[in-house]
Design a protein around this ligand. Structure first.
Ligand code: ADP
Ligand code: GN1
Ligand code: MG
Length: 386
């Protein structure tokens, strides 16, 4: 960062109710959406760290409403965790730091919206899963998150991105990007376009179940990828989930689906060697155990039945979104190299096929795990733990 950027960030930082003197500020994390910075302060001889984020307001059109959701959700989580006697509260859910005027965000003179969280110390974050234990802990974190929010008092949360998991809408957006083909990229993506079209029937499955009243609306996270959960660096146990911008009314199985997309294999999201992309059953089993340990008591039989399918659907949906962004010139997801969105798309479509091949086996596994009732899943994972 150049000195001007440093000064601008220091000015933003000074607008929040942080204590001490700013020592260092630098870009942080691997998120695709916001600009995230880690700031270190010295206060009474101690170092205290904060995360400042410039909210991407092209993606989130109403930042004040978004921050209203996050305030309600983080307060509720803290309240429930306190009630349950959970220790280490400051690391078990995100903590917003207010702006100096008491608001949950600060708007700078250029119109950008900023927010600040306490940095969660002693946490690890991973872009890919390295073991069933990690998959189990991440899934339990998202399962618990849904569980704790079951009794979030009304009103309904704001829909921060309308139609976020509306796969039909995602498909229509793909078709219109294809039609416009602004960058003349369609000719290099024939195989992916054919794949998207031949799996189109996937987009009708959940709307049909919803119309039959078989999938209840819940408060869900909606962006449950593996790098949106913090694990304790010392023990590997779950701490909390982060990236709360898309917490809104949704379907439980969307959350499990995105967990499967990023946690049921060891490949990277943009893996180019497609022979490395695919479901690994021990990882899937760990995900299912972790998630069900927190959710079996409230999931309906239909929600349970469609957990494995949700992985296929969300991998397909993300494949569509990456392909659309590639066709539109990489305007939504941050990229670090040319063609990265197309690589991401290819890996997602390969995963769709892999999940499809294992689906019946996974359905049986889920029933077996749920049938055993609240188990002690970490012990049961046996030799898969490492
Ligand atoms: P994006 O929507 O761009 O993914 P995130 O809210 O997920 O933004 O933040 C990006 C990264 O910043 C995360 O992957 C994580 O590494 C880090 N991060 C964000 N908030 C915190 C926090 N409170 N404590 C520790 N790390 C954090
Ligand atoms: C984005 O914000 P981040 O990087 O956690 C995206 C998700 C995608 C994900 C793909 C608001 O998540 O929907 O699944 O990238 N978030 C938004 O990696 O669009
Ligand atoms: Mg994130």
């Amino acid at each position: 960062m150049n000195p001007q950027q440093q000064d601008d960030l220091a000015a933003v930082s000074s607008r929040f109710a942080v204590h001490g003197e700013l020592v260092r500020i630098r870009p942080y994390g691997n998120g695709h959406i916001h600009d995230t910075y880690l700031a270190s302060y010295r206060h009474r001889g101690q170092c205290k760290r904060y995360v400042h984020q410039r909210i991407n307001h092209r993606v989130f059109r109403d930042p004040p409403a978004l921050m209203g959701n996050i305030q309600r959700v983080t307060r509720h989580l803290k309240h429930k965790l306190r009630q349950a006697g959970v220790e280490d509260l400051s690391r078990r859910s995100l903590t917003l730091v207010p702006a100096c005027d008491g608001s949950s965000f600060y708007q700078d003179p250029d119109g950008n919206y900023w927010r600040t969280y306490d940095f969660v110390e002693g946490a690890s974050i991973y872009d890919t899963v390295a073991s069933p234990r990690m998959a189990y802990e991440a899934a339990r974190a998202f399962g618990r998150f849904q569980n704790l929010l079951l009794d979030l008092p009304p009103p309904r949360l704001d829909e921060t991105i309308p139609g976020f998991h509306d796969t039909k809408l995602r498909y229509r957006k793909f078709l219109s990007a294809l039609e416009r083909d602004l960058w003349n990229r369609a000719h290099g993506t024939g195989e992916e376009i054919r794949f998207a079209q031949s799996f189109e029937s996937l987009i009708r499955v959940l709307p049909r179940l919803r119309n039959q009243g078989r999938l209840p609306e819940r408060v869900t996270h909606n962006d449950t990828k593996i790098n949106n959960v913090l694990l304790d660096a010392a023990t590997g146990k779950m701490l909390c989930v982060i990236d709360l911008d898309t917490v809104m009314p949704g379907l439980s199985i969307h959350d499990f689906g995105d967990l499967m997309r990023t946690g049921s294999g060891t490949h990277r999201e943009d893996e180019r060697d497609l022979s490395r992309v695919g479901v690994e059953l021990p990882l899937f089993e760990a995900l299912a155990r972790g998630y069900l340990a927190e959710t079996t008591h409230f999931l309906t039989p239909t929600e349970r039945r469609y957990l494995p399918f949700s992985g296929q659907l969300i991998a397909y949906e993300l494949g569509l979104r990456f392909l659309t962004d590639h066709l539109e010139g990489d305007v939504y997801f941050k990229i670090r190299r040319e063609g990265q969105n197309l690589d991401r798309c290819r890996a997602q479509f390969k995963l769709v096929e892999s999940i499809r091949q294992h689906q019946e086996q996974m359905v049986r596994l889920v029933e077996e795990i749920a049938g055993r009732g609240p188990s002690h899943p970490v012990r049961d994972l046996g030799s898969h733990l490492n």
